[in-house]
Write a protein that binds this ligand. Structure first.
Ligand SMILES: NC(=O)c1ccc[n+]([C@@H]2O[C@H](COP(=O)([O-])OP(=O)(O)OC[C@H]3O[C@@H](n4cnc5c(N)ncnc54)[C@H](OP(=O)(O)O)[C@@H]3O)[C@@H](O)[C@H]2O)c1
Length: 250
């Protein structure tokens, strides 16, 4: 229904999981998609999935914890497609540990990827959006932007921060016609959640928390990203959209 023909989107963390699925959905809707990630081989797999549906994409190896590589990725996207219309700020990391056991290495990984990575990526794309007076930012936050969970304190902190960054930037950039929203997934089956799904007891107790009694799949997220990137969402900014099977509705 929503058409992204002629638009260019950059998706961070497009090599796997939610980011890959979002990238494929955007390409299916007609967008040219720049695929950003560190793992070149995995990016090639996303590219192959997009080529299979006759979509357009370029893989760009970059690390969101290195601002210069993010800037270069945005430049490469604009060089390839002539412009940038949408950014999906999706790259993220998680580490489950009791708060008192989080080492500086642990919490710096989460902060540098989930928060600083988002800041530098949104700055790099946002400079262009503000100058051209149009653009869309879609941040991949989480249900943990709203609720807490044991062993997840620093991750919750970063995702809460990303939600607030979304709202503050939506207000700051509305005058430039730049919209900023976030998607807040619940439990989606990806490499990120795989380590917590090893035994049936954990799986059963996690499913009890989800009224729809299933885990989400990466493909549950893409359609909303397509809508938010489209012109049909031109009056939508500063919002968070939860996709969690009802988990935080009770
Ligand atoms: N799965 C869930 O249940 C869930 C729920 C709520 C929110 N989220 C959020 O959704 C986003 C995607 O999660 P996922 O479940 O799809 O995780 P995933 O399968 O582990 O994928 C993470 C992605 O982020 C990229 N990435 C990580 N660090 C990076 C870095 N320094 N530079 C560039 N790319 C980097 C990875 O690419 P490379 O390894 O190639 O660099 C990969 O493509 C994350 O922000 C996560 O917090 C996930």
């Amino acid at each position: 229904m929503f058409n992204l023909n002629g638009k260019t989107a950059l998706v961070t963390g497009a090599s796997r999981g939610i980011g890959r699925s979002v990238a494929v959905s955007l390409a299916k809707a007609g967008a040219n998609v720049a695929l950003l990630g560190r793992d070149q081989a995995a990016l090639q797999e996303t590219l192959a999935a997009i080529k299979e549906i006759d979509g357009n994409a370029i893989p760009i190896t970059a690390d969101v914890t290195r601002p210069e590589s993010v800037e270069a990725a945005v430049e490469a996207t604009v060089k390839q497609y002539g412009k940038l219309d949408a950014l999906v700020c999706n790259a993220g990391a998680q580490k489950l540990k009791p708060f008192l056991e989080m080492t500086p290495e642990d919490y710096r990984l989460l902060i540098s990827t989930n928060l600083e990575g988002a800041i530098v990526t949104i700055q790099a794309a946002g400079r262009r959006f503000v100058a051209q007076k149009s653009g869309v930012v879609i941040n991949m936050a989480s249900i943990y932007s709203f609720v807490g969970a044991p062993w997840n304190s620093i991750y919750c902190m970063t995702k809460g921060g990303l939600l607030q960054l979304t709202k503050a930037l939506a207000v700051e950039w509305a005058r430039y016609n730049v919209r900023v929203n976030c998607i807040c997934p619940g439990w989606i089956e990806t490499d990120l959640t795989k380590p917590y799904m090893q035994d049936q007891k954990t799986i059963d107790s996690a499913l009890k928390l989800i009224p729809l009694r299933r885990f989400g799949q990466p493909d549950d997220i893409g359609p909303l990203a397509v809508y938010l990137a489209s012109d049909e969402a031109s009056f939508v900014t500063g919002q968070s959209f939860v996709i969690d099977g009802g988990q935080i509705a009770h």
